[in-house]
Design a protein around this ligand. Structure first.
Ligand code: RP5
Ligand code: MG
Ligand code: MG
Length: 271
């Protein structure tokens, strides 16, 4: 059964709020946990932001369409319909030890996309090793996929490409001419993404009422002739970027290791 660990760490990210301790056998909402008394936390940094929902309270005229496409905001979960208890969505995986939204903008699912750009490398014994492009996150310092949030109305596959270009190529600081040339050169490569995962992410920012979900796409350069031309340059919320050999002992942000393992399995099986 799906469970989560990273969103049960003692302290909520970017705060000194301590989560209520949820033992492994009390994660599921189906298991009674009478003592469960999590703190409520919604970071002041998200309040009033255009990308964030308002508070849910008696006076509010905020009437979201849970489990539906709500205008241009996708409030559907990849995991199926989630429960809404007293007007508030419940994390489909279970308890996290904290209620409210933390630093996440949306109640319920917060949708992201993750690009996994891969190529083969030959090691000293001429064995093929799959490599992917990882970024170092500025918030936690962990290595991660260069993913990001889906803008309202944006196609998820387009988010994956945009976030890759912003975080791994720093296009936010590129000139229009540079962006145009990049678009032209890599048009086919970035239109050939294969969906490899869609679902819940065990993100440290998740709460009982707000959580991350993603769709991950693999952009694979089988003979390595295309991606060699990519000028890696960390941008936006990334402070480092590089090619990383996919080996079993690697640790990554959230549940990105599981996504990377899916990509590896797929390529090893078809190689
Ligand atoms: C993770 O957070 C997703 O898998 C994606 O990589 C990322 C999106 O959040 P930001 O990078 O925009 O903070 O859960
Ligand atoms: Mg980003
Ligand atoms: Mg990001």
């Amino acid at each position: 059964m799906l469970t989560h660990f990273k969103c049960r760490a003692r302290f909520y990210p970017r705060s000194n709020i301590e989560r209520y301790d949820v033992p492994d056998n009390k994660v599921s909402w189906d298991i009674e946990f009478k003592k469960y008394n999590p703190p409520t936390y919604t970071s002041p940094t998200i309040k009033g932001k255009p990308w964030a929902d308002p508070e849910i309270d008696a006076e509010s005229d905020f009437k979201p369409k849970w489990n539906n496409l709500d205008g241009s905001v996708n409030r559907m979960s990849h995991t199926g319909n989630y429960t809404v208890l007293n007007g508030i969505p419940l994390n489909p995986v279970g308890r996290t030890g904290i209620t409210g939204r933390g630093v996440l903008g949306r109640w319920g699912p917060n949708h992201a996309a993750d690009p996994v750009v891969t190529r083969w490398k030959l090691d000293h014994s001429n064995r093929q090793i799959l490599q992917f492009i990882a970024i170092k996150r500025s918030d936690t310092g962990e290595w991660a996929l260069p993913g990001g949030m889906v803008d309202p109305g944006e196609k998820v596959a387009a988010t994956a490409v945009r976030e890759f270009q912003e975080e791994a190529l720093n296009t936010l600081e590129a000139s229009e001419a540079e962006k145009e040339s990049l678009k032209e050169k890599f048009k086919d490569f970035f239109s050939g993404g294969i969906e490899i995962y869609s679902g819940y992410v065990d993100d440290p920012r998740n709460t009982d009422n707000a959580w991350m979900e993603t769709v991950a796409y693999n952009f694979h350069d089988n003979n390595g002739s295309i991606v060699g031309e990519l000028q890696l340059n960390a941008g936006d919320d990334a402070v480092g970027v590089c090619w990383v050999d996919i080996t079993s002992d690697l640790k990554f942000y959230a549940s990105h290791k599981d996504i990377i393992d899916c990509v590896l399995t797929r390529h090893v099986a078809s190689n």
